[in-house]
Write a new protein. Structure first.
Length: 66
């Protein structure tokens, strides 16, 4: 049973659906396994709990909006 874990900022329902589908499809093709035994776990993190470039991700979003 392959398990894939993805940690990301908040995702929309559509993004989650697409990510799960595409990761499952690729893993199935590469490993030659049926899709129904591939598990995908999505862990969403608050942007204040993710750092990039020395700043919380929430600060980067504010800078991009300016």
């Amino acid at each position: 049973m392959p398990a894939i874990t993805v940690e990301a900022a908040k995702l929309t329902k559509e993004q989650k659906t697409q990510l799960i589908a595409e990761l499952t499809e690729s893993t199935s093709k590469i490993l030659g396994l049926p899709k129904d035994i591939i598990f995908v776990f999505l862990k969403e993190n608050d942007p204040d709990n993710i750092g990039a470039g020395g700043l919380p991700l929430s600060a980067h979003k504010k800078d991009a909006a300016r």
